[in-house]
Design a protein around this ligand. Sequence first.
Ligand code: THU
Length: 129
Amino acid sequence: MSDPLILAATEARTRAFAPYSGFRVGAALLAENGTVITGCNVESASYGLTICAERVALVKAVSEGHVRFTAVAVVADTERLTPPCGACRQLLWEFAPDATVTLADLHGRTAQHTVRELLPNGFDASLLG
Ligand code: THU
């Protein structure tokens, strides 16, 4: 588990605000210029307002001027590695279509995908005309 992006996502996970689900997730994005931006899931008492770790990292990154990414790591602690939900896949597709997605847990298990594999034939600005 020496991948710095996994380490950053693991650390971000410790800040997850998940009092309702108890399901803690951390994410870390690697921007094209080498900057790492992290996120954790933030839940709301109005459950539907909850935002996933991946989208927290994305909106933080975009608000700081990063709009292209080469890799993302997602860390949770489940028996099966946790992949990004559909909403997160959409946002990742728009900002990081060629990024590598590394899924990891706290025991050193990892799996790699690309955003393109996770969201084939995705919708994006190129279709808006
Ligand atoms: N969650 C994430 O943060 N990322 C994922 O990829 C899957 C789900 C969060 C949202 C919610 O706080 C909790 O996990 C349970 O769905």
